[in-house]
Ligand binder design. Sequence first.
Ligand code: HEM
Ligand SMILES: *[C@@H]1O[C@H](CO)[C@@H](O)[C@H](O)[C@H]1NC(C)=O
Ligand SMILES: *[C@@H]1O[C@H](CO)[C@@H](O)[C@H](O)[C@H]1NC(C)=O
Ligand SMILES: *[C@@H]1O[C@H](CO)[C@@H](O)[C@H](O)[C@H]1NC(C)=O
Ligand SMILES: *[C@@H]1O[C@H](CO)[C@@H](O)[C@H](O)[C@H]1NC(C)=O
Ligand SMILES: *[C@@H]1O[C@H](CO)[C@@H](O)[C@H](O)[C@H]1NC(C)=O
Ligand SMILES: CC(=O)N[C@H]1CO[C@H](CO)[C@@H](O)[C@@H]1O
Length: 250
Amino acid sequence: MKFTTLLFPAVVLGAACPYGTFKPEEPTDTRGVCPMLNALSNHGFLPRNGRNINENQTVNALNDALNLTPDFGRFLFTAGRLSNPKPNATTFNLNHLDRHDLFEHDGSLSRQDAHFGQWSRFNQTVWNWTLQYYTGDVLDVQMVANGRAQRHMRSNLTDPEYRLSEVGHEFSVAENAAILSIIGDKVTQTCPKKFVDFLFTNEQLPYSIGWKKSGLPISLQDLLRTYHDIEEATAFPPRPASDNSTEIFN
Ligand code: HEM
Ligand SMILES: *[C@@H]1O[C@H](CO)[C@@H](O)[C@H](O)[C@H]1NC(C)=O
Ligand SMILES: *[C@@H]1O[C@H](CO)[C@@H](O)[C@H](O)[C@H]1NC(C)=O
Ligand SMILES: *[C@@H]1O[C@H](CO)[C@@H](O)[C@H](O)[C@H]1NC(C)=O
Ligand SMILES: *[C@@H]1O[C@H](CO)[C@@H](O)[C@H](O)[C@H]1NC(C)=O
Ligand SMILES: *[C@@H]1O[C@H](CO)[C@@H](O)[C@H](O)[C@H]1NC(C)=O
Ligand SMILES: CC(=O)N[C@H]1CO[C@H](CO)[C@@H](O)[C@@H]1O
């Protein structure tokens, strides 16, 4: 152990720290499709190596970092546990979430579809497409609905293997709801765009640009309210003529 860590045990335990210190992932660490869980590992709210994450660690991390209720944390952990290829697993690794067409789906906001290659990590080209639909400094239900519809429409028009299961659809809408109700403000259902861009790009909680975790506890019911409003606000434009189908986005 280093001399300095002996002198300052609080640093080791993180006890004196109001939030986990950010350290970018090491090559030996595991990360995956979820920008938020990646960030929580980068801050040490979840194990920094991204492996063997159990229910308690998940519930505590989501509560400490984001003020999610323990019930909501346990609900989300189920998706993690079920992603583990080992039957009846009680833990998961962040890259277990990458299994295509289990919970991971086409039409992600910042990841390309599996058909095109590497699908689990942040892709600036894809994220830039989404940002074009975030037309104000503060995201609201309509902008988020538009950004999501854009990704699914683009995938449907350009990815010959594009698919979206019922569960995939639910995750897609829920992730977009999480942007507003968890990163943003569950009451107003808005979120400063810069916080979302910072989180996705750096996989770091945006404390340094003024973000704070919600002062109010966030439950699954809160997320579902925003989920419903995003679905209501979603409209797909008519399909363009097929011989122009790949040109509309150029
Ligand atoms: C145990 C908890 C969680 C699990 C198991 C989980 C799982 C996942 C999975 C499987 C995806 C990939 C879906 C895709 O194909 O795009 C994803 C994406 C996402 N997650 Fe999480 N997640 C968790 C917690 C959270 C929390 C607390 C937030 C809060 C903001 C969040 C925000 C997002 C967002 C915004 C995306 C979409 C990324 C994109 O479309 O590029 N997740 N998550
Ligand atoms: C989770 O925490 C509870 C209460 O602290 C404890 O009873 C339980 O054994 C823990 N479970 C695991 C898997 O660590
Ligand atoms: C998984 O758990 C269920 C219920 O607890 C049990 O019936 C089943 O046998 C378990 N399967 C394995 C492979 O351990
Ligand atoms: C990012 O996605 C674009 C569009 O699918 C693709 O052309 C590019 O190769 C991807 N970049 C990486 C590093 O995978
Ligand atoms: C994404 O957009 C930014 C800002 O417009 C631009 O500087 C950057 O080059 C774009 N990156 C990619 C990969 O398209
Ligand atoms: C893709 O678009 C077509 C035509 O609008 C539609 O029938 C189909 O259901 C869409 N595919 C998916 C997976 O949503
Ligand atoms: C490639 C192709 O068929 N492009 C057509 C797209 O639509 C415009 C206007 O309808 C036509 O002029 C192009 O020829």
